[in-house]
Design a protein around this ligand. Sequence first.
Ligand code: GAL
Length: 905
Amino acid sequence: MSYHNDFVPHHGIRAPRAYLHTDAPRLALDGDWRFRLSPVADTPDDFAAPDFDDSGWDTLAVPCHWPLRGYGNPWYTNVVYPFPVDPPHPPEENPTGDHRVAFDVPEDWAGRRVVLRFEGVESCAKVWLNGAELGFFTGSRLPAEFDVTPRPGRNVLAVRVHQWSAASYLEDQDQWWLPGIFRSVTLEARGDLDDVFVHASYRDGQGTLLVDAPVPATVSVPALGISVAAGEEVTVPVEPWSAELPRLYDATVATDSETVRLRIGFRTVSIEDGVLLVNGEPLPLRGVNRHEFHPDHGRAVPYETMREDVLLMKRHNINAVRTSHYPPHPAFLDLCDELGLWVIDECDLETHGFVFTGWERNPSDVPEWRESYVDRMRRTLERDKNHPSIVLWSLGNESHTGANLAAMADWVRERDPSRPVHYEGDADCAYVDVYSRMYATHAEVDKIGQEPGMPFLQCEYAHAMGNGPGGLAEYVALFDRYPRIAGGFVWEWIDHGLRHPALEYAYGGDYGEPLHDGNFVIDGLLLPDRTPSPGLLDVKKVYEPIRISFVDGRVTVEELRPVPPLRFEWSAGAESGELDLSSGSAPLPPVDGLLTVRAVLASDQPWADAGHEITWAQHQAAPPDPSVVTGSDRPQRTADGFSFGAGEFDRFGRLRAFGGLAVGAPHLALWRAPTDNDRGENAHLDQTWHALGLHRLTHRLDGVSAGETLVVRERTAPAALARGAGVTYEWASAGDGLALTVSVEPDGEWPEPIGKLAITMPLPASIERVTWFGRGPGEAYPDTGHATRTGRWESTVDDLQTPYIRPQENGRRADVRWAELTSADGRGLRVAGDFAFTARRWTDADLAAAKHRNELTAGDSVWLTIDVGQQGIGTASCGPGALPEYVLTLRKTTFTVVLSPVVDA
Ligand code: GAL
């Protein structure tokens, strides 16, 4: 056996220890290294010799993943292993990156103990210093250190990295396979404080501190007047640490040779009567799952991007993060401590691909893998143990069950009894402290909430793939209802789309991978460039820490979680003011019409400026009058059709111009470009619709009659089926426009969900501006759009589109009373009624056919779709479909919209 196909996780590395901020001198080895890629593992390793001539090699900026720097390609799989399942053997085709770097060690390091540290290398590395082999390690997202003895002057570090190793069987997370030295490499001259372990608990206003250190040392916390010896316990009054108020105390642990700087947060995690508590209060986890991802750098995430992630989370009312599915870069945890997020720190472990062997030979239950499992947990916990933000340890993800997981849990309990153990795969909860599930239905979560048992959480729910997630508000309502339910973590934070010169963002298969899982890696709340998707805006609303409501002529505010000082602003039309809600309620301002109350930060916070909106609510005093005005125009026959007010119709009564604009006749539409959730394994609505032929409906004229109104009767039906719908379009005079009443009468049984109930019509391509009164500014579907509020909004046809990475239904504006679509010259069309709409430069068929955004190109028309019903979005791409109340079927329906010309906007 060679080191890369052995069960042994490493050889020669030091015992794991905390990641410490120390004054011991450090030398970063990041920068330009020499690099050579070989297609297989077993090539000569003569390059480790210090005098090896690497002048013919390329230069590579470390840290990085080499496939993102032009060497080979990224490869995406979700569950399947991209190599034959024969543990512990990796495949023969094993891209191997040889790295070399020369460095000088400062002279004053002479005589000091020196440690070489790798923060992350995928998937394994063998290391030589000046030609002497130091050892090897696996554990891609875990640190590894070697004791080294550099020589004065020039030293040469050589590192051989294989893309695949035995350990790849333990790293089957749903993400791109991206080999390389992707986190920093440092040299550190050690002092005597190799490790410290902070124990800082909180109870009833008192903090109890004990810091373990390997040698006698002094622990100082100036703000608390603490100066004690390491190992000595002290209790003093403190402010506790929480995600909402992340109070940190600067501290030092010092010996004569070394000072370690700590930021201590006092908090106690406990479980009482089946409720997960922090500092005696229920822990409301309103979280997201975060993979490390950057569209250019993969998991080599720049510090500024980590910070941006935490700021974006805080600004969207997210208070918790699960580090799916491995320990993140240590700096990310510092940011969670500083800015305030509850963290589930997950070990780097997943063996999901064994599901296809019926879990046979699954490493979780094979004794030869025991040491690898416990080693991974040890390296996770020891590195991260001093972060107050971490409240749960997670053994890993989707690795089924087995004695090796139980051994990890035992080790955690022994080493750190202060934090409960999480692992979703342990269905019997044999070795965990919380019951965790992923993608349980609302009904099941409701049931679990009512049953006694361990604290419950959804480590993954609300799959944010493409348009969605739908059903989010109903989940959060369940979290709020039951004390047993600590909450949940949306899957997932960001789309893993890799920037691509032709496709904009690539997903699985775009690099010609022989086996891949397509766009299942595009399932985040952020688009790859970190633009918030509508889903993230919805998360912000449903995760609101306070709730504003309107009861009995008063505005009331309920605090769901602690919040920084807020200001409450109201507005109604041109009027606005401030509300004093310090007592929890205030009289409604004396205004008619639509009242909006916004809660904004009263002062700057480390994560947002004063004025940042936390949440809002609206109150409609008197609902608008929906009545349609009448008019005196009557349809007139012309040489080749009808003229009726602003409308010109052909002899079949089909609209061809309106207010001077060349437009097409509206027709019934029942299909939408399937969303990822419509395509999802738990819905297959795309297949249902395809089988029904909803995407290729035909329209047959059954009659046209002109009297006071113009009435056109059609039968709309798909080829091959006997069922269809009778549709009557009745045009009537209405002010300076025409009222169109559409009556739909199903012909035959239509039990299946349909995409939408709508009419769609082409407008001239010159249409570009869109103004509407309704919900906005973003998109909304029956079970999404919590972030949208009623108002007058302006946009453009182009900006109405939500640029989902894999094109699909998007951009619907809901609860609209009127919309105006106009060209640059101000001319266009106004639609009034009670409807939702989309406006696009392509058809639904174009949208459905496109695999990437670059395939969507403007056509000859702007397609306006006016709907009075859409199927809910749900999360069937991974989870339940739309709740029953959001399922749309074809029923007898009548609706009216009034079209009028806009002559000057
Ligand atoms: C879960 C898994 C995640 C991700 C998700 C679907 O089963 O834990 O890693 O694959 O499904 O996107």
